[in-house]
Design a protein around this ligand. Structure first.
Ligand code: ATP
Ligand code: MG
Length: 561
């Protein structure tokens, strides 16, 4: 039953109507059917959320089906990654994990039935000839010279195809439909082809493999799927989906419903193109944090909640569109804004010596982890005579609108005192400022001056000897143009050369290294970051920046301590 608090769309309307009519005895069964020939990406997430979401909403079921009917390129590694990613996204298929390759015997039997009923034949044309005979969108095709073979001859030849007697590509089994059909898909499509390649599960048991259109509708039927939701490029294949079921199995048939696939700006989505990025060494692998894969996004620090929320916001439609990457970025910001504890880190440290602060003395400040959520508690931040601030928070000769530190200027330290710059130390050779000297005002411990004087900015900082070195990796969008596939030339030409920047000089406050510490943080003013537990060494944690902060925090923070 549809729970009215849940979203509606054209797919749910179809399901509502089926429930009303009793088409499937009020059952709703969907499936998510990835081919294990690559890792899942955010486009797949849209399909996962849709299929599992609908099942949950209607009290139905959603199967995870590995659609593994093409042995080239499929592997166990991909199966494992798919299982991991769907689980991580937060969905559960109970014991309903299926493989199309488990249906090979039944699919073969269905093909034999088609031959027996005169609806399929073995064709000896090669791939080029088949293409030529198929005709075009504007001209009809012509019949294959092998179309009228007898049932017996077809049965014998198909049996021999299965037995491995013929070379790859020398023969195929085709459905006998209509070579003049206005829908090219219906012009005697291939059902089985010979591929003498080991399958990662069935090994060398088979050397003929069913085509997607044949295997998919029947796999849906075998599993009792009611609504087979797929992307728009299969719209022309729907009559074929229905044709196979009509010829082979009893009603009610599963029905195919198409929706627009997700396209996201500044990235590419198809597995083939993602594979190309890996093979060309542009990214480090499927889980490179710049990849739109679920494993890449997980390493980058995305939460499953943010991705599910994104999928809900974009909804489903029948029209292809390009969704703006910033929508996805806002989803993760919204989630981390609530969840991520705030801490301080300095990416490019500039040493600050507080001249009037006694040497050897340290103070511990209680700093809240979250400005709006006291339940997240406090951590201790150490203040001492020598600090690090961000190099670009100081300018010796500041431009007009620069409100942070320069000689003679006072700022507030986040969770700490007001400090005023009184002098600089320069490298005698380069003239670069290597250290600045400041004084602090002991009366400003709570972030305000008793005399009411104001400062232009609040900046982040760490204590020089109470912070730890860290490596931080900053990411930008992977491509320089919103739609690299639509741009002239090769999409690879539009790779953003600055999509990954490693900062080795970073210092983070000690609290983040506590064993009990979480993985995700907001480094104040710098963005949201995640600790990489796989590559972090004890002496040097590595953080990925998930996303920058929406606004420049400086101005807002100047008003609130
Ligand atoms: P790719 O084009 O990236 O290789 P695919 O469609 O070949 O993807 P499959 O493993 O066959 O990948 O897809 C599994 C399911 O995910 C299919 O039902 C497919 O329609 C859906 N899917 C794939 N890409 C997207 C996308 N960008 N948006 C929505 N659904 C998608
Ligand atoms: Mg595919």
């Amino acid at each position: 039953m549809n729970n009215s608090a849940s979203p509606s769309d054209f797919i749910r309307e179809i399901i509502d109507a089926d429930i009303k009519k009793g088409t499937y005895a009020h059952r709703v069964a969907t499936r998510f059917p990835p081919e294990p020939n690559g890792y899942l990406h955010i486009g797949h997430a849209k399909s996962i959320c849709l299929n599992f979401g609908i099942a949950a909403q209607y009290g139905g079921t959603c199967n995870l089906r590995l659609d593994d009917t093409d042995p080239s390129g499929e592997s166990r590694e991909y199966v494992e990654s798919i299982i991991r990613d769907v689980k991580w996204l937060g969905f559960d298929w109970d014991e309903r994990l299926y493989f199309s390759s488990d249906y090979y015997d039944r699919l073969y039997q269905y093909a034999v039935e088609l031959i027996k009923s005169g609806n399929a034949y073995v064709c000896d044309l090669n791939a080029d000839e088949i293409r030529e005979y198929r005709g075009t969108l504007t001209t009809p095709g012509k019949n294959s010279p092998y179309r009228d073979r007898s049932v017996d001859e077809n049965l014998r030849l198909f049996e021999r195809m299965k037995a491995g007697e013929f070379a790859d590509g020398s023969r195929v089994l085709r459905a006998k439909i209509d070579m003049a059909s206005p829908n090219v898909v219906m012009r005697d499509p291939v059902i089985y082809r010979i591929k003498k390649i080991d399958h990662y599960r069935t090994k060398n048991k088979w050397c003929i493999y069913p085509m997607y259109d044949f295997a998919h509708c029947l796999s849906d039927y075998i599993e009792g799927i009611t609504h087979s939701i797929c992307t728009l490029e299969f719209e022309n294949n729907r009559p074929l989906y229905e044709w196979f079921l009509e010829k082979l199995v009893k009603r009610p048939h599963p029905q195919q419903i198409e929706f627009a696939r997700l396209n996201l700006s500044y990235t590419v989505m198809s597995k083939r193109r993602l594979m190309e990025l890996i093979e060309k060494g542009i990214v480090s692998g499927w889980d490179d944090p710049r990849m739109p894969t679920l494993s890449g996004m997980r390493r980058r620090g995305f939460t499953p909640e943010s991705i599910r929320n994104f999928c809900e916001i974009i909804g489903v439609s029948k029209n292809d569109s390009l969704i703006d990457m910033s929508l996805l970025e806002n989803c993760i910001r919204d989630d981390l804004n609530e969840k991520a504890p705030r801490v301080m880190a300095v990416l490019h440290p500039l040493r600050v010596v507080i001249d009037n602060y006694p040497e050897g003395v340290v103070e511990e400040f209680d700093c809240p982890y979250h400005p709006k959520n006291p339940a997240m508690g406090f951590r201790k931040v150490v203040f001492s005579r020598e600090l690090f601030i961000e190099r670009d928070d100081f300018i010796e000769v500041p431009p007009k609108k620069f409100l942070r530190l320069s000689v003679g200027r006072e700022v507030r330290l986040r969770c700490g005192y007001f400090i005023k710059c009184v002098g600089v130390v320069k490298d005698p050779k380069t003239g670069e400022v290597t250290e600045i000297h400041c004084t602090y005002d002991p009366e400003t411990r709570n972030g305000f001056a008793p005399d009411g004087r104001k400062v232009g900015a609040t900046i982040h900082w760490v204590s020089a000897s109470h912070s730890v070195p860290a490596e931080v990796i900053l990411y930008e969008r992977l491509f320089t143009v919103p739609d690299p596939l639509a741009a002239e030339g090769d999409f690879i030409d539009y790779i953003n050369p600055r999509s990954r920047e490693v900062v080795t000089s970073c210092r983070v406050e000690e609290s983040v290294t506590a064993a009990s510490s979480p993985d995700r943080f907001q480094f104040e003013r710098l963005g949201y970051f995640i600790l990489d537990r796989d590559v972090s060494a004890k002496e040097r944690p590595v953080f990925h920046r998930t996303v920058t902060l929406r606004d420049s925090w400086t101005k807002i923070a100047a008003k609130t301590p």
